[in-house]
Design a protein around this ligand. Structure first.
Ligand code: ADE
Length: 250
């Protein structure tokens, strides 16, 4: 079973609208929507809720109750890598919990008992998501998002790139915190609040994971207004566009 999990409720509603034969079950204050995409592919879609604990609980349910064997996680993220702009797309290569620190008992960022600091995504899902994101940017973005919206965020020719995603229970909204993160973890491309938790659970259960994140803000002072507007007006068009391309190509 393929599971689609998103950190944005708007994305899940838009995905569910593109499914048929939908049945919705509520477990632990989460609505799991099982349905069929384009008459041929059964999927289950769910809003992860926000933060690492919430996302870990949601993906565990996807695996244990719905038998998810492949999980695709979409959503938005704040840019960390210099040069990354709003509207660019990061396909996760590896994920790390930037707020995990059990020193001096374990090395910083290492997940106790697993002996690992990063979790890699599945190479095949990664390649499929990158191809879907490239096709979306090239062929669909202009039709799905109004020109005025794209202009407002300065989105012209978004890039699709692979990178390390850092997750933690913190929304980055000032330049000092962002600089400190860059100094601690220079390889990070973008930051969000769930991905690495989902990656850890998928690794523990032997489930394949793909992660795709659209940059919604630059994780500095402007994030306080860019993030909500991008989330409200643009993010779902990216997700549905990328996921449609991904599912059609399967
Ligand atoms: N998700 C989107 N933007 C973010 C930010 N600035 N910090 C943490 N998570 C985010």
């Amino acid at each position: 079973m393929l599971a689609l999990i998103s950190a944005m409720p708007e994305e899940i509603s838009a995905v569910v609208e593109s499914l048929t034969d939908v049945t919705t079950q509520e477990i632990g204050q989460r609505q799991f929507h099982a349905g069929v995409f384009h008459g041929r592919r059964r999927v289950v879609a769910v809003f992860s809720r926000i933060g690492k604990v919430a996302a870990a609980a949601t993906v565990t349910q996807l695996i244990t109750t719905y038998g998810a064997t492949h999980v695709v996680f979409s959503g938005v993220a704040g840019a960390v890598q210099h040069g990354l702009a709003i509207g660019d797309i990061v396909v996760g290569t590896e994920l790390i919990q930037h707020d995990l620190d059990a020193t001096p008992i374990f090395p910083r960022y290492e997940v106790p008992l697993l002996g690992r600091t990063t979790f890699a995504t599945d190479p095949q899902l990664r390649a499929q998501l990158s191809a879907a994101a490239e096709a979306f940017v090239r062929h669909d973005l202009g039709a799905r998002v109004a020109a005025a919206q794209l202009r407002h965020f300065g989105i012209r020719a978004p890039r699709v790139l692979g990178g390390l995603i850092a997750s933690g229970d913190k929304f980055f909204a000032n330049a000092a915190d962002l600089a400190e993160l860059r100094q601690r973890l220079p390889a990070v491309a973008c930051v969000e609040m769930e991905g690495a938790a989902v990656a850890q659970v998928c690794a523990e259960y032997g489930v394949r994971l793909g992660v795709v994140r659209t940059i919604s803000d630059t994780a500095d002072e402007s994030a306080a207004h860019d993030f909500p507007r991008f989330a409200r007006e643009i993010a779902r068009h990216y997700s549905v566009g990328i996921l449609s391309r991904f599912l059609i190509a399967l």
